[in-house]
Write a new protein. Structure first.
Length: 130
């Protein structure tokens, strides 16, 4: 069969990202969470990618707040000298709760994707020869 001179050769074009990179820049902690989740679950749907991205951004915020609390101490003193908990403590807790809830909504509290094939250790169990 001869090629038609007026038609370019057929090629497959992939739209969007490959699903392994986040849709927006993340900090170190958020990127670590992104990479761990993607390596185990391979989330590629639009909604899942956005939920995971938001959870990773919240992880970055929580870690930033934790660093401020560690630097300033869990208990700070007001201008009058009255001790009180660090004001960022509630925000850190809220960010961490958001991360956990979002990961649960994504269904990541279930078993991760496993490669196909036989299970390690020889299958279902050991049976004596007959």
């Amino acid at each position: 069969m001869a090629k038609s001179p007026d038609k370019p050769p057929f090629s497959i074009v992939s739209g969007g990202t490959d699903g392994t990179s986040p849709p927006r820049p993340l900090g170190a902690h958020g990127r670590q969470l992104w990479d761990r989740v993607q390596s185990e679950y391979r989330i590629t749907d639009c909604g899942g990618v956005e939920l995971l991205s938001q959870a990773c951004a919240a992880e970055d915020t929580a870690e930033s707040l934790a660093e401020a609390i560690a630097r300033d101490g869990h208990v700070i003193h007001s201008r009058t000298g009255v001790p009180r908990t660090h004001p960022a403590g509630k925000d850190e807790l809220a960010c961490r709760a958001f991360v956990v809830r979002t990961l649960e909504r994504l269904g990541l509290n279930v078993e991760a994707v496993k490669p196909p094939g036989r299970p390690p250790g020889g299958g279902l169990g050991w049976l004596p020869p007959r």
